[in-house]
Ligand binder design. Structure first.
Ligand code: GLN
Length: 562
């Protein structure tokens, strides 16, 4: 049977401490219970034990990448250094690990099938029938092993999206089963499950978790560890019940109650000794966990006293009756991290720019905030509300930070209201604008005409050269930076002279000087008015907050004090 595995994949004797180890994280009962945080937390614990760790996210969508998914449906699109558009969980992994991950660490069903079909068309299967099983799981395993090798990881975590028992992710569970069959002693399975406390019963019910464990058994897998998510900590009785019915040791049932902050997760799991339990399962010698650096950050977050009121004015909040803050999760995390490092905490108000347009919310109410952020976005809906908010921030000297669309719209606002260019706009929403301040990049034009949208943006890391004597030059403390991008449109070079003559400074440009990367106002005119064409939030880490978020929070603190 082992012969079906690709030749060339490591053929190591099983169970040795030096073998690469694999941990799969799967979800039981329902989605949205924090598998991503669990995976990130476990990654942090293992890193804190001195292991080289990497983390992979699997999304069971047909979409080849997350770039074509609407943030209100799927949450934020996270962009990696190499430009791959991924699920927001990749952001959680990078933040918890404080490491940069490559695109091999993210896959979707679409991506996997695309590669298998490409190879089949290329005659690489040499006339064999190409079948869903084993060829699809083999490609999944190939990717997992490649990610392991790329990172030279001792432990590779793989989070399988979706919930056990649904049709979509079964092929990935099959890959986990086959990898376990290949390396029986080097693969561990963690099931993150939900233990509800129904109001009318008032007691914690383990039955759904038992069913989830059984469904897992039915695809040939057995959980080694169950991370029991619940509103409150699990008692011993519940642990034993889960252990008996789910066929695991009671001390391998980890209590994972709702926490004040996601950053508490690794610390909380360690209370139940999760790190060493995983070492035991994987045949690794137990090691001490040194979470001191992490704990110091968590302590900062708890001790922060000054509260800063920040408005995030955006357009991706609606999901039926619900507001979805997930669309901007990296922005939120970047704001929090920068504030904690300055002894402050942020109180975020999400303002739907549509409500400003309809008058449901008054733009003047923005004066109550210490700072205003406009995050990334696409399309027409709500942008006039955003532009009026930016104008208000500029005229009333409220610290303003624009991220991508937020930079483009700030440039438009300046063009309209300071330079006096009536009808100034982005051609994204007004293709016939008399003053196309934001224009399409020439090489993207062709793709857009062909309606070939997937992966047509300027994506991933690009450099910017910074101008001396500006806010950004001071904040970064260096003259060249590298940041992650995700956009189709650009500041139109034809308007730069006019804008600069009217006082806007393009303080960051692509090394060739053609693309505008940062726009800001001089400090004499405004305490902090700055926009970036890139997404600084994607590189902010709890232990290493982003310099521009630090600068924005400093400005917001100043306003808060006065
Ligand atoms: N819609 C704008 C563009 O495509 C901004 C993109 C963004 O904010 N990520 O250029």
């Amino acid at each position: 049977m082992l012969g079906i595995f690709n030749k060339g994949s490591a053929n190591l004797p099983a169970g040795k401490a030096g073998n690469p180890k694999y941990i799969f994280v799967v979800g039981g009962v329902m989605s949205g219970i924090g598998k991503g945080v669990a995976t990130s937390g476990i990654a942090r614990i293992l890193k804190s034990k001195g292991f080289k760790v990497t983390a992979i996210k699997i999304d069971p969508y047909i979409n080849v990448d997350a770039g074509t998914m609407n943030p209100t449906e799927h949450g934020e699109v996270f962009v990696l250094d190499d430009g791959y558009e991924t699920d927001q969980d990749m952001g959680n992994y990078e933040r918890f690990l404080d490491e940069t991950l490559p695109s091999i660490n993210y896959m979707t069903t679409g991506r996997v099938y695309q590669e298998v079909i490409r190879r089949e068309r290329n005659l690489e299967y040499k006339g064999k029938n190409v079948e869903v099983v084993p060829d699809i799981p083999l490609e999944i395993i190939r990717r997992i092993e490649e990610a392991q090798k790329t990172a030279n990881a001792e432990i590779t975590l793989t989070e399988i999206g979706g919930t056990i028992g649904e049709y979509q992710n079964i092929i990935f569970l099959e890959a986990a089963r086959m990898l376990k069959q290949k390396y029986p002693h080097d693969v561990a399975l963690v099931m993150v499950s939900y233990v509800p406390i129904p109001n009318n019963v008032g007691e914690m019910k383990t039955k759904p978790t038992q069913y989830a464990a059984r469904s897992l058994n039915s695809v040939g897998l057995q959980a080694d560890v169950i991370l029991a998510r619940a509103a409150v900590p699990l008692d011993q009785k519940r642990k034993e019940k889960i252990a008996i019915f789910c066929n695991i040791l009671p001390d391998r049932v980890i209590s994972a109650p709702d926490l004040e902050s996601i950053y508490d997760a690794p610390i909380n799991y360690e209370k139940d000794g999760l790190g060493n339990i995983l070492c035991d399962v994987l045949g690794l010698p137990e090691r001490k966990t040194d979470l001191s650096e992490w704990e110091a950050f968590v302590a900062k977050s708890k001790n922060a006293t000054r509260e800063l009121n920040i408005a995030v004015v955006g357009k991706y909040f609606d999901s039926g009756e619900f507001t979805l803050a997930d669309s901007y999760i990296s922005v939120l995390e970047a704001l929090k991290a920068a504030a904690y490092h300055q002894g402050a905490k942020v109180k975020i108000s999400y303002i739907n720019s549509k409500d400003i347009e309809t008058g449901e919310k008054k733009v003047e109410d923005l004066k109550n905030f210490d700072g205003i952020v406009v995050p990334g976005g696409f399309g027409e809906k709500g942008i006039e509300g955003i532009i009026s908010s930016i104008r208000f921030a500029r005229e009333n000297k409220i610290p303003y930070f624009g991220l991508c669309y937020g930079m483009q719209l700030a440039t438009i606002e300046y063009a309209r209201n300071v330079v006096g260019l009536e009808g100034a706009n982005t051609i994204e929403t007004d293709p016939k604008a008399p003053h196309p301040i934001i224009d399409v990049m020439p090489d993207q034009k062709e793709k857009i005409t062909k309606q070939d949208y997937g992966g047509t943006m300027r994506l991933g890391t690009y450099e910017a050269a910074l101008k001396e004597g500006t806010i950004v030059r001071e904040a970064y403390g260096k003259s060249e930076v590298s940041e992650r991008h995700r956009h189709r449109y650009e500041v139109n070079p034809e308007y730069i002279e006019k804008l600069e003559a009217a006082g806007l400074i393009f303080s960051g440009k692509s090394p060739s000087g053609v693309l505008m990367e940062i726009a800001e106002l001089p400090r004499e005119k405004h305490p902090f008015f700055l926009g970036t064409q890139f997404h600084p939030e994607l590189l902010s880490r709890p232990l290493n907050p982003h310099p521009l978020f630090m600068a924005f929070i400093r400005a917001a603190s100043e306003r808060n004090k006065s």
